[in-house]
Design a protein around this ligand. Sequence first.
Ligand SMILES: NC(=O)c1ccc[n+]([C@@H]2O[C@H](COP(=O)([O-])OP(=O)(O)OC[C@H]3O[C@@H](n4cnc5c(N)ncnc54)[C@H](OP(=O)(O)O)[C@@H]3O)[C@@H](O)[C@H]2O)c1
Length: 234
Amino acid sequence: MSETAVITGASSGVGKSLAIQLSDAGYKVVLAARSEDKLNAIAEEIQKKGGSCRVVPTDVSQPEQINTLKNEALEYGDISLVINNAGFGKFCKIEEATLEDWNSQMDVNLRASFLVSQAFIPGMKQRSKGILVFMNSVAGKKGYPYSAAYVASKYGMRGLADSLREELREDNIKVISIHPGAVDTPFWDGAGVNFPREEMLDTATLAQSIVHTIQSPGNFTVEELVVRRTAGDF
Ligand SMILES: NC(=O)c1ccc[n+]([C@@H]2O[C@H](COP(=O)([O-])OP(=O)(O)OC[C@H]3O[C@@H](n4cnc5c(N)ncnc54)[C@H](OP(=O)(O)O)[C@@H]3O)[C@@H](O)[C@H]2O)c1
């Protein structure tokens, strides 16, 4: 019987590549993000190749929508893999960062990772099996200028993942943090940063590394995966 995965931020970039590759690897996938049209297009691509998926339009900054995601996903299958991937960054000088910028990055990058994980942990505990993936960043390990709220949200996400990993060891739940450097996705559209997009990591190769990491067999867990381009940060 195939395993079922929930992927937040599945409409674009890393999440989209992961959804397609996890489906190729045999997972049933639940696709969550706000852009229903983009999710439907990805669902069509997956189904054309014989994969199974369910689209659940979700704004993860809204806890009641995470609750709907939980109900729809659990109706679709036992969730054995959760990818906390939805996220965004707003880059500016600290004097220009608004309370709304701070709150929205915390709500989407950090709070939603807590709520989405919490929604599916009871089922994993019941089956003594599961994998929680946190799409972090090199910004969860090192501070960068003009990125205070984003970096703080990703450090928080690392703390959340590290704590859950310790708490859930006895339940055989693997907790994996992924820390990529810059990836060529719409994340950078309008970010006001002039890094050359063609020199960034590409989503397909990154997703391949993540799927390989998730598939570590038996009692093997790659707890953290740090992926940078060979030349280092921009
Ligand atoms: N690109 C990079 O250089 C890079 C590097 C390290 C880590 N990351 C991390 O990788 C993750 C994916 O980013 P990406 O690069 O693939 O960017 P992306 O192409 O902009 O994708 C971001 C995804 O998050 C979703 N999202 C944003 N706000 C949401 C909300 N309120 N509710 C539900 N979904 C929401 C978006 O979907 P909708 O807009 O449809 O809601 C989209 O699917 C993020 O957590 C990011 O921090 C990115």
